[in-house]
Design a protein around this ligand. Structure first.
Ligand code: SF4
Length: 766
């Protein structure tokens, strides 16, 4: 039976403009030819083209080739990244946003003792940031979700996501909303500003990986295990430049929130986003969350053929997964693609001499805190309670939203978890993003299990030695009762005074049988607020956390030219994620203050010359990387970096591009880039170049002088001009390094202006 619905919402601003999208799709079919079969992801993307004739002219190969100029429907921003997005939006001088947008206060809430104390303390500690965001929301008409309302992706799923929609979010797990059959893409603040200013948002048409799901999940296997398994198969690079489009009989049976978990963690394989065809479970979820009119409109759009791939559509790659064969997985430590099936985890731990003991367990977050997840873990907790067991380790629960929290509290699920020792944290990111005031195990080797999505070093508690494994909430919960990483809840027993106890597979409800309850509605915004122009933006000139943004200068004020001579500051070795380039944790508090946050730049990067972390050298001697960068800035000496494969993987954090630019970086030469980060570099006016031959990586060393050749021609409009680098060694020896690039004509305009924002400002003033 369909569960009761949450109070009906006003769906005017959240119903996708289906008639318009279908009309645009009609134009697209005229351009591409009526016989061309389109995947779902293509339909959604192309239906959002500003001008199909221009983007698709001549038909032919689009995926992986063409740059699409798109008009997203909506923007969502979290409190950490919204600061810089809004500071950037302010520099453009517009009075309101061009599309509906929302701000979510979630990343700045620190977990320590539990929601009751953590939330007011975090609000107090971050008051000036929340005040700034609220004032910007008022001034520009953006919905402001107060601290305590929940995590951005959960709130988006509950309130704004809709089949066929195209949304940008300033957070790398924005694809979570793909669980409702839309395209939700994680971007930097500068891309969000494109959508907010009605500037064409440009995306190189991604390749599409089709993932056919057959069979049926059973027992302990969950949607989380599907994506953990897939991460192991594809690796953190396997989705780069691709959309993961799921289809097949296995999709229909998954709950909408389970699909969201899968889409959420598509970010872990570097995918642009993930999506699924519209299903009955999506309709039910829309209805249960007060959005029946959206479901009715989606039903019509589906009948018109919009919300699923055309029969016979081809994918660039096809993967088939039989859900019936899927075993629970544990991924990690330190990377989400190191997947180990549960049955082999004990031997994996032993072979690697990892600790046997679990030191903490955490469930929830934006990835896994649905009602279905919580009801299934509560079924495990109830079994444990009946056997007289309590969690052996600190057991943290992060509800994804106030709606989830209030519903699981009303239905007794929270009580079940608390009765076995769980601490319920605020509805916020907390330990998932280093906002965990963890006093024990600092500096020690220890192992934690979480149902979160990401597990780079130090991600959770700031301790580089904490081995963080990812698993389903069910596995995390069951293992918390054993405290032993060798424990397999599917086969092993736990000793109790009444004899050995063995868990039965978890069970739960897809949606709350009594319907959702909204909980404390004072956290929620006024829907579709009007901009109030006279609102004063709350930034104190003495603030250490917020700083008005000054535009970057341009090296091309006098027209097309080569970059000024650059000095190689550093050659970065190996994995270098956006966490390495701009660390999170304690630094989150400086997100809105570029001068202060820049002091963390690349501080966990490995210098390939010597192999040390956070060490660089210039004429003044050896120092930390940010200190050497500051010296370059002070001397007014522009510089460049040489970096390894998949540079900037991990998140949409634009600070990872802003900070090097702030210190005077003009060029980054990589073996390869992660997509979002490469775009962020372009937005901030840094030229990203790819080594034509990856073996040339070690040819450029710190202190070498580097000169571009061919950039001037490219800026002058010679689209096939190649850029090579002339490298002059301190000895006077000269060598040449050929490169390739992915700069489009519009991106070259950003470079010329000094940044995309400078260019938008120029256009607005023109
Ligand atoms: Fe927050 Fe973690 Fe989700 Fe990011 S991944 S939005 S930090 S809960």
């Amino acid at each position: 039976a369909t569960p009761a619905s949450l109070a009906a919402k006003d769906c005017t601003s959240i119903t996708p403009p289906y008639p318009h999208l279908l009309e645009t799709l009609g134009e697209v079919r005229n351009v591409l030819g009526k016989d061309r079969k389109l995947t779902l992801a293509e339909k959604i993307l192309y239906a959002h083209l500003r001008n199909p004739e221009e983007s698709l002219a001549g038909g032919g190969q689009v995926r992986g080739e063409r740059y699409l100029k798109l008009r997203p429907d909506r923007v969502a921003m979290q409190d950490a990244s919204a600061q810089m997005a809004l500071l950037q939006f302010m520099t453009c001088g517009l009075s309101e946003c061009a599309v509906p947008a929302s701000i979510h206060c979630d990343h700045l809430i620190q977990a320590e003792t539990g929601a009751a104390e953590d939330l007011p303390r975090s609000i107090e500690n971050n008051k000036e940031v929340f005040d700034f965001l609220e004032s910007a929301g008022k001034k520009y008409g953006i919905e402001f979700w107060k601290p305590g309302s929940g995590i951005i992706h959960q709130i988006v799923l509950e309130n704004y996501a809709a089949p066929g929609l195209l949304m940008l979010g300033t957070d790398s797990h924005t694809p979570n909303a793909g669980g409702l059959g839309m395209l939700a893409i994680g971007v930097g603040g500068a891309d969000a500003v494109d959508a907010l200013t009605d500037t064409p948002w440009e995306l190189k048409a991604p390749l599409i990986t089709g993932i056919k799901l057959t069979g049926q999940l059973n027992g302990w296997a969950t949607p989380k295990d599907l994506i953990l398994h897939l991460a192991g198969k594809l690796t953190v690079r396997g989705g780069t430049g691709r959309i993961l489009e799921y289809f097949g009989p296995g999709v229909e049976a998954q709950s909408c929130t389970g699909l969201a978990t899968i889409a959420n963690m598509g970010a872990e394989v570097g995918a642009t986003t993930s999506t699924f065809p519209y299903s009955a479970n999506m309709r039910e979820y829309l209805q249960a969350t007060g959005r029946a009119p959206v479901a009715a409109a989606a039903d019509q759009a589906a009948k018109a053929g919009f919300l699923a791939a055309d029969e016979g559509a081809e994918f660039d790659e096809l993967i088939e997964i039989n859900l019936s064969e899927l075993e629970p997985q544990l991924n990690g430590p330190f990377t989400p693609d190191l997947a180990t099936p549960l049955s082999k985890f004990g031997s994996f731990i032993a072979e690697n001499k990892f600790p046997n003991n679990l030191s903490a367990a955490a469930i929830g977050s934006c990835t896994n805190s649905s009602y279905e997840d919580m009801s299934r873990v509560a079924s495990i907790a109830e079994q444990a309670k009946a056997a007289g067991l309590k969690s052996k380790v600190p057991f943290l629960v992060t509800p994804g939203s106030e709606m989830i929290r209030a519903t699981i509290e009303r239905d007794g699920l929270q009580g079940s978890l608390e009765s076995v020792g769980a601490t319920v944290l605020a509805n916020a990111c907390g330990p998932c993003i280093g906002q965990w005031k963890r006093d024990d195990h600092q500096g020690e080797d220890n192992a934690i299990l979480t149902s979160f999505n990401r597990n780079f070093k130090a991600r959770n508690d700031g301790n580089l030695k904490t081995m963080n494994f990812l698993a389903s909430p069910e596995i995390v919960t069951a293992m918390a009762f054993s405290g032993d990483l060798n424990f397999n809840p599917m086969t092993d027993s736990i000793d109790t005074p009444n004899g050995p106890f063995k868990f039965q597979p978890p069970s739960g409800d897809r949606l709350p049988p009594r319907g959702y309850t909204g909980g404390d509605l004072s956290f929620a915004p006024t829907p579709s607020p009007k901009p109030i122009a006279e609102t004063e933006i709350a930034i104190s000139p003495s603030s250490t956390r917020l700083e008005i943004l000054e535009p970057f200068g341009t090296a091309f004020a006098n027209g097309p030219a080569e970059l000024p001579e650059l000095t190689c500051l550093l050659r970065v070795r190996g994995k270098c994620t956006t966490d390495h380039i701009s660390a999170a944790g304690a630094w989150l508090k400086y997100k809105g203050h570029l001068s202060n946050i820049s002091e963390n730049t690349l501080m966990t990067a490995v210098n390939d010359e010597g192999g040390k972390i956070n060490v660089a050298r210039d004429a003044e001697g050896e120092d930390t990387i940010p200190h050497v960068m500051q010296r370059y800035k002070k001397r007014g000496e522009p510089w460049m970096l040489v970096v390894d494969d998949n540079y900037g993987e991990g998140s949409a954090r634009e600070h990872a591009a802003l900070q090097p630019r702030f210190y005077g970086c003009g060029l980054i030469l990589a073996r390869s880039f992660a997509r979002i980060h490469e775009t962020n570099l372009k937005k901030q006016g840094i030229l990203p170049l790819w080594l034509s031959d990856k073996a040339d990586y070690s040819k450029i060393s710190a202190g070498d002088k580097v000169q571009t050749e061919g950039l001037k021609e490219l800026l002058e409009g010679e689209s096939d001009a190649q850029i090579r680098l002339k490298v002059t060694k301190p000895s006077g020896e000269v060598l040449y390094v050929p490169t390739t690039h992915t700069m489009s004509v519009d991106q070259l305009k950003w470079l010329r202006a000094g940044s995309a924002l400078n260019y938008i400002g120029e256009q607005a003033r023109a």
